[in-house]
Design a protein around this ligand. Structure first.
Ligand code: ATP
Ligand code: MG
Length: 255
């Protein structure tokens, strides 16, 4: 088995003056290379916190995290930034594009950070073509629709050819049709390039399209069935079944 992510007993405590917020309270799981995984759970359950740890945007308070063979929980900030830039592409709910920059310039940024000195324009153009925006390379974000902006963000995420794409509510700001187009694009990157996908979502219709659901509750994995490995498996199956039912319901509701 080829594990791209191994997480052991990860915790995250945010200190707010005197108050401690235990956002993650000991989370362990693995993700295989090429898997498509969704992370679900109520608001405040720790999904974004977990995503920030997995994406090396922030550091756990304790526990071990191994990303693509590197033990990242012990790295310095500079080392963390290098790993992040090389291995992970990010997609956010609010696109997070630079408004004064063209699509092309936005997509070129990760290449600049990675120290790529030549061929940046061509690589950025190729990434924009791969997401179907070859005819929008000189547009700025305000000159694009929401779905197009998210496509630019996905082009930016894939331009460094990362092993993993981490998306935090990538369809959250889009209507369901455009949201599905973005989901189709992400799934096609998984199929065609083998990119591992980790998607935080509240939407059961999105989760139903992923191979596995990791469910968080109050900073812990919601394992179900007493927390055994078998229970975990069943809980995953149950979650998928539930998500499938929900998707069926909302499709009927929509028609
Ligand atoms: N930078 C921070 N400083 C202090 N507390 C934080 C910080 N970020 C998150 N928290 C707290 O940690 C807990 C988990 O937050 P997190 O953002 O991970 O939740 P979430 O599952 O992503 O929720 P949502 O679905 O609303 O996005 C919450 O109680 C939140 O208030
Ligand atoms: Mg969140």
């Amino acid at each position: 088995m080829d594990r791209v992510i191994e997480v052991r007993d990860l915790t995250k405590v945010y200190k707010m003056g005197e108050v401690e917020v235990h956002a993650l309270r000991g989370v362990s799981f693995d993700i295989e290379r090429g898997e498509v995984v969704s992370i679900m759970g109520p608001s405040g359950s720790g999904k974004s916190t977990l995503m920030n740890m997995l994406g090396c945007l922030d550091r756990p308070s304790s526990g071990e995290y191994c990303l693509d063979g590197e033990l990242v929980s012990s790295l310095t900030d500079d080392q963390l930034a290098i790993i992040r830039n090389r291995k992970v592409g990010f997609v956010f709910q609010s696109f997070n594009l630079l408004s004064r920059f063209s699509s092309l310039a936005n997509v070129e940024l990760p290449l600049r950070y990675a120290g790529v000195t030549s061929g940046r324009r061509d690589l950025a153009r190729q990434a924009l073509e791969a997401v179907g925006l070859g005819d929008r390379i000189h547009h700025r974000p305000t000159e694009l629709s929401g779905g197009q902006q998210q496509r630019v963000a996905i082009a930016r995420a894939i331009v460094n050819k990362p092993a993993i794409i981490m998306a935090d509510e990538p369809t959250g700001n889009l209507d369901s049709k455009v949201g599905q187009e973005i989901m189709d694009l992400l799934l096609s990157l998984n199929r065609e390039r083998g990119t591992t996908l980790i998607i935080v979502t509240h939407d059961p219709r999105i989760a139903a399209q992923t191979g596995r659901v990791i469910r968080l509750q109050d900073g812990l994995l919601d394992l179900g069935e007493g927390g055994s490995a078998e229970g975990k498996h069943k809980a995953g199956k149950r979650e998928q079944a539930r998500a499938g039912e929900e998707a069926g319901k909302s499709r009927k509701g929509a028609s």
